[in-house]
Design a protein around this ligand. Structure first.
Ligand SMILES: [Zn+2]
Length: 274
């Protein structure tokens, strides 16, 4: 599943590919829904509009035009790519956007957990999928040690489940939760409410640094993920604990432990993390 760094990598790739601001000439949809129904006015609202940029909020992407934005989510296996000629028929390609520069933007999603929708610029925070989202992890004003520590008080969930809750902070998926907790030297099972102010500070900084480095490396490229240009990310080579169960900790050589926490595989070093 693409996580925030992969989605940001896709955003940067798309923005570069669309920097000539092409006009959307024609859209073909091969189905009426992905995870949810595609709005009936999807095609008519976007055709004739020129693309002005590509933004991201959490793991949602906005392909902007002056009047309306195409909102998308990659779900488990979604991807955007650009073709220079009409692609061969593939049942997993669901949306073809023909651009004025003769290129075709294609949305593909074999498992169909993705989303295609519309949103008016400026109304993103009112959209049903976006309105409950917490702060962006790289926004130092809205996501910081004070607000994070305050929010964790009296919470009886594990810190790993707490940081993966999109109301706490967006975009900390399963890989980066384990990696950030390792960097912050905090055990994933520790109750969120027991976090000290200093641990909260370490964890906020760890979340920010792990996501920033992953974005710089182009995402983690686990399984189906490919960025918009078709290149794979390289961050998995830098994982300290994720998918390293039984292997020696890179800091202290103790075997990395793994356990399912909150329904997801979780990895930690029993010596480095307390
Ligand atoms: Zn260790």
């Amino acid at each position: 599943m693409p996580e925030l760094p992969e989605v940001e990598t896709v955003r940067r790739g798309l923005e570069e590919l669309l920097e000539n601001h092409p006009t959307i000439e024609q859209i073909q949809l091969t189905r009426k829904d992905i995870r949810f129904p595609i709005p009936k006015n999807f095609v008519s609202a976007l055709e004739g509009q020129s693309i002005t940029g590509v933004r991201r909020r959490a793991k949602y992407l906005f392909i902007d035009t002056p009047k309306v934005s195409l909102l998308s989510h990659l779900g488990m296996t979604g991807s955007w790519r650009i073709e220079t000629k009409t692609p061969a028929h593939d049942k997993h390609d669901h949306c073809f956007i023909e651009l004025s520069d003769r290129r075709i933007l294609v949305f593909r999603d074999p498992r169909r957990f993705g989303v295609l929708d519309l949103v008016k610029p400026g109304e993103e925070s009112k959209h049903k999928l976006l309105k409950a989202l917490g702060p962006e992890p790289l926004d130092e004003t809205k996501f910081n040690a004070d607000s994070f520590h305050e929010r964790s008080r009296k919470r009886k969930v594990s810190i790993k489940v707490f940081i993966m809750d999109q109301k706490t902070v967006v975009g900390v998926g399963n890989i980066y939760a384990s990696e950030a907790l390792f960097r912050a030297k905090i055990r994933p099972q520790k109750l969120a409410g027991k976090l000290s102010r200093h641990e909260a500070l370490r964890l906020v900084e760890a979340i920010r640094s792990v996501l920033t480095e992953a974005i710089e490396a182009g995402g983690s490229s686990i399984r189906d993920y490919k960025n918009a240009g078709g290149e794979s990310g390289a961050f998995q080579d830098a994982h300290q604990v994720y998918e390293r169960g039984g292997e020696p900790c890179r800091v202290c050589a103790t075997p990395i432990r793994s356990k399912v926490i909150g329904g997801r595989s979780t990895y930690w070093c029993p010596k480095c993390q307390t």
